[in-house]
Ligand binder design. Structure first.
Ligand code: 6PG
Length: 249
């Protein structure tokens, strides 16, 4: 595990507040340096409270963000329609994007409802190349990529034993997840690792075993868990973990 920084917080609510503080910090630094903030949102349930806090007018975060310079992407998406409760877009839209002063043009949704998942992946890859003005060989530098962690060590939709975790050329791939009996669309490891800031948010006792595996595992010859592929020597991910998830460290 590259020299990741792990910060333990009391509970899920504190996790959301710390994540919101980091979100605001990276947004302000990005906009003052480059005139824009590009963030790839995470799916799953953990970031839901973060999204609510960012949009909440009674919290300090909303007023600190230059929303018109903030551009929203996703780290992964389920192959469902955008109004499906399982959709990562829908989770972020309901909790954040429909409540904060976000302009529609700044929302870059993965069109994962397409009949052909590979077509959806190629489309998103082309849209990233256009937005970030990339040649075919370059990767986008998101200012921030938010990530969750599955109990099996997956992150985004990079699952153990998948071909997706080996992909080094494409920015985005479609991947079949046998255990879920479903396709997913996901950013690849090199795309995530080119981000300026990578932040894992992990909560709950059900993640304590995998957190221990990730941080305590000797550099054995066992295959690294997908989450252990994230980060480089020069770009260590930040981990914000609540006490129940960190209890075995
Ligand atoms: C997804 C996410 C996935 C998620 C983890 C943790 O689409 O489900 O991208 O990687 O972050 O499975 O999910 P929870 O936050 O719900 O535990």
């Amino acid at each position: 595990m590259v020299n990741a920084q792990i910060e333990t917080v009391e509970d899920k609510e504190q996790l959301a507040h710390r994540a919101a503080q980091e979100f605001v910090h990276v947004a302000n630094e990005s906009i003052s340096s480059r005139g824009r903030f590009t963030v790839a949102l995470s799916g799953g349930s953990t970031p839901h409270r973060l999204y609510e806090l960012l949009a909440d007018e009674t919290q300090p975060y909303r007023a600190q963000i230059a929303w018109r310079h903030t551009h929203f992407f996703w780290g992964d998406e389920r192959c469902v329609s955008p109004d499906d409760p399982q959709s990562n877009f829908r989770t972020a839209f309901d909790a954040l994007l429909s409540r904060a002063p976000v302009t529609d043009e700044n929302i870059y949704r993965i069109e994962a409802e397409r009949a052909d998942a590979n077509d959806a992946a190629r489309d998103y890859e082309r849209r990233l190349q256009t937005f970030f003005n990339l040649t075919d060989k370059e990767f986008p530098a998101f200012d921030l990529v938010l990530l969750g962690l599955g109990a099996d060590g997956h992150t985004a939709s990079l699952f153990p034993d998948s071909t997706a975790i080996k992909e080094q050329a494409h920015l985005v791939v479609a991947t079949w997840v046998a255990k879920l009996n479903a396709h997913r669309i996901t950013l690849t490891v090199p795309t995530i690792n080119h981000a300026r800031h990578i932040m894992f948010l992990v909560s709950g006792a059900d993640k304590s075993e995998v957190v221990k595996q990730i941080f305590m595992r000797e550099q054995s010859n066992e295959a690294a868990l997908p989450a252990q592929l994230i980060g480089t020597e020069t770009n260590a991910p930040r981990w914000i973990v609540d006490r129940s998830a960190a209890q075995l460290l």
